[in-house]
Structure formats: C-alpha cells, structure tokens
Design a protein. Structure first.
Length: 253
C-alpha cells in the first residue's frame, strides 16, 4: 500500500469528524442485490469504521481490516463489540475464512491491481457478493467550485483521485465495474448511484479537505497556504454534491 494510502492515519480525528457516514439506503441496496440473508462480511480498508457501523449495527458479523493502527483504534470506539478487527493491508490477508459479503468503502483504489480479483474471489463464498462504494464530495455551486479551483491551482492542479484504469468520467460503467466486467471471477456486475446532498460550514469543508490525500501530500507550509486561500473564497456555508456510486458483483460459482 502506498504512502499516500497510509497518510490518513495522521489525520484520524479529522477523518472521523469530517467524512460523512453511509445511509441505510446503501445497506438495503446491497442486501436486495444479495437476494438472500448475508451473515458474515469482510471490510477492506475500514478507516475509522464509517461503513463498518452501517453493516454491523444491522446484524452482520463484520471483520474490519485496515493497515493503519491509529485508524483501527478510532474504529473500536464507534462500532459494536462484535466487530473483529485485523491490522493488515488487503494484499496481506491470508487464505482461510470466506464471507458472504466483501466490501470496500472509498478504499479499493488503494489496493494493488495485480491479482486483485483472484484475491477478492478467494475471500468470498461461492455466489457471495462484492460491493465497492464511494465518490467525491464536490461543491454544488459552479461559481464556488471555480473560485476554489483557482485558489488551489498554484499548489494543486486537481484534488481528485484518478480512475485506476483510466476510464473516462463520462463512461457508462466506471471503475471498478470495468475491471469486474473483465474478470473471470465475477458476474452480474451492476452500477448504481445514491444521490446525496450535504451542507457544511466553511470550517467543516476545510476540515474535510484536510482528509484528502492530495492535500496531505503537500508540505506543511503549502498546505496552510492553500487552506487559507480556499477559505477566503468560501461562503459561510457550502452546498455539496456527495453522490455515492455503488458497484456490486457476485462471485461466480
């Protein structure tokens, strides 16, 4: 796992405070797709447990994996005692137990592409469900978005995470659905979007930016300057588009 992927551990409190959680609608979508009761789940890159809570609080026995110990320590303060944790990157998970559901919440792009889907299939029961979900939080007002882009430009051309396989943003099927469709290990690939709108104070939006890897990679002085420049162009409250793109697939039997 890259240094950029592990950079979040230095901002655990901000990650927990400023990253939004996941709605019940997402749980219902995954369970409807499964079409049968799901009892066990494995989470890849659990962070502070935003998605862990959604599934564990609704009766699933969840094993949450996360390479960063600080993230796991925070996770433990928010999830039911039934949640089992493993400090490990996806690539370091050994063979053994299989699960009815394996999922990744805004974390799959940090995994290595080599052997990704073979490893994923090995963690799933035959016919088990894989789910990946997430998406950027974007300023809804084009004028505010342009002002922030201009303020950020001397330091960062973009704060987006690029598509790992180069799929254009306008393509009907986005990554990882594109890879899943090409994999021999998965069938019935589906892509859905849960529309979500949020309002944050300018302070909280800057707090959210402080959890984005592109900013975390900047030198401290540059980071402070870019936050200051962005704050100058923000209204007191910002409207955000925070749609969740959901990819679902089933392990071939």
């Amino acid at each position: 796992m890259s240094g950029r992927a592990l950079s979040f551990g230095t901002m655990v409190a901000a990650y927990e405070r400023f990253r939004p959680g996941y709605p019940v609608e997402l749980f219902d979508m995954v369970m409807t797709y499964a079409g049968q009761p799901v009892r066990t789940a494995l989470e890849i890159g659990a962070g502070t447990g935003k998605a862990t809570r959604l599934f564990a609080q609704r009766g699933l026995t969840v094993t949450a994996t996360e390479p960063d110990g600080a993230m796991l320590a925070e996770l433990h303060t928010h999830v039911p005692a039934s949640v089992r944790t493993v400090q490990a990157a996806f690539e370091d998970l050994g063979p053994g137990e299989s699960y009815g559901l394996v999922y990744a919440a805004a974390a799959l792009h940090w995994t290595k592409p080599e052997g990704r889907w073979l490893r994923m299939a090995a963690l799933l029961e035959p016919g088990g469900v894989f789910a990946s979900f997430g998406g950027p939080i974007q300023l809804a007002d084009p004028a505010v978005e342009e002002a922030v882009r201009a303020a950020r430009a001397p330091f960062l051309e973009s704060d987006d995470v690029p598509s790992p396989d180069g799929t254009p943003a306008g393509h009907d099927m986005q990554w990882p659905g594109t890879e899943l469709q090409r994999s021999d290990w998965f069938v019935d690939v589906q892509q859905s979007v849960i529309e979500r709108r949020l309002t944050m104070s300018a302070h909280d939006y800057l707090g959210h930016l402080s959890t984005i890897s592109a900013y975390l990679e900047l030198a401290t002085s540059a980071r402070e300057q870019v936050y200051s420049r962005i704050r100058q162009v923000l209204p007191e409250a910002v409207e955000l588009s925070a749609d969740i793109t959901v990819h679902l697939a089933r392990r071939s039997v």
